[in-house]
Design a protein around this ligand. Sequence first.
Ligand SMILES: [Zn+2]
Length: 253
Amino acid sequence: MSEAQKSATFLFHGELNDFLTPSRRNRPVRCLFRGRQTAKHLIESLGVPHPEVGSLRLGEKTLSLDTLVEDGDWIEVHPPPLPLPLPHLSLAASEEPIRFVLDNHLGRLAAYLRLFGFDALYRNDLQDDELAQISYTEERVLLTRDHRLLMRACVQQGYWLRSKLPRQQLVEVLRRWNLVPQVRPFRRCLRCNGLLQEVPKEQILSRLQPLTRLYYDDFRLCAGCGQIYWRGSHYERMQSWMGRVLQAAVITP
Ligand SMILES: [Zn+2]
C-alpha cells in the first residue's frame, strides 16, 4: 500500500533564490512528498544545497535541517547573515583564519586566494567524493560552481560561487567571511599552496637569471615546490590589481 501524499510549502529568502528556477523565486514553493522526509532532503530536492542554509522557521519555531516535515507545514528558509564568522578550526595549531578546497574548475580562483595568503587546496584531478571528503576531514570550506557537489552529506561548509569570473569570485569569497583584514600577501606559493620562506640570495644565486641577480636582493622560496619569488617588474602592476580587489571586497561597518 502506498503512503499518503503530503505537501509542505517553503519560502526561500534572499540569496537562496539564486538556486531556484525563475518561476519559483521569491514566492511560496509547494513541495509534494511521501513518507518521513527531513527539511534538508526537501529543501535540496528544490535545488538549495544545505551548506547555504542559515536558519529555518515554522511560525515562531526554529527548525533544524534534520527536522521531519509534517503535512501542511509552511517553512521559511533563510540564508545566514553575512559576513559569516570565521569557521572554528579544531585541527591543532593552525594559524590559518580559514581554509578552502576548490573544485577542479577553479584553478584561477585558487591562485588568487593564495596570492592574498589564504590556504587554498586545489588539484585538477580530484573526484567529487574526494573533494567532499577533504572538505570534511580537513575542515576546509568547499568552493564550487556545482550545486550537486554541495549537497553531499559530509559537506558541512561550502559555498556556491555566483559569478563565473575568477576576479568576481574572489571578491565574493572575501566579502562572505569579511576576509580583507586577514589578507597576507606574498605568503603562499601560487603554484602549489606551500608557504613561502625568506631565503638568502647566495643560497639561490645559481638559479637566478643574470638581470634578476643584478637588480633584486629579497627572495622567497616555496617550501613545497622550490619556486622562487621576488618583487620584480610585475610587482607594481599586481599590487594595484590587488588594491582594486580589496577595495571591492572591503566591508565598511
Ligand atoms: Zn610551491
